[in-house]
Write a new protein. Sequence first.
Length: 196
Amino acid sequence: MSNIPYASAVGSIQYAVQCTRPDVAYALSVTSRYQACTGEAHWGAVKIILKYLKRTKDMFLIYGGGELILEGYSDASFQSDDDDAKSQSDFVFKLNGGVVAWKSSKQDTTADSTTEAEYIVASEAAKEAVWMKNYIQELGVVPSIAEPVVIFCDNNGAIAQAKEPRSHHRSKHILDATIYSGIGDLKANKIGLHVI
């Protein structure tokens, strides 16, 4: 496997993901974990991604007309990594129907529940939303940006925990962690968290 350009191929996919292809962000996140210990299955997965990108090269992002509204979506897959039981965080932001920001990565900590994994990614998305809101506000081109940025989440427990933090033996460690400070912006009315 030493003569296979695995790292180079993953780097090329990374470039596509950063520029215009959020649809393969998750696949890139998974395949990039195995650059130090590449096997046949890993190389096969990278080739599948490259073939997909080639087949869909004529697809592109479309931004519709009308009022410019920024909205986000967050999701987590609980303990999806078989190697270390960590969860996968994913979020995407759309402006007027077109994707403008996205992220797919393995969480740094091991979540104890689906609610915790969803809470972690909602906090990450909230930080990104506040940054984007401030940036767009400075540009002065989107009048509706004064409203809270809505982030949709599919976990009622995570939304309840974010809106009304309560210390519980299963969640007290995440309430005290400064890494999840993005949820504080919910209280400051900079973002809104809603169930999808």
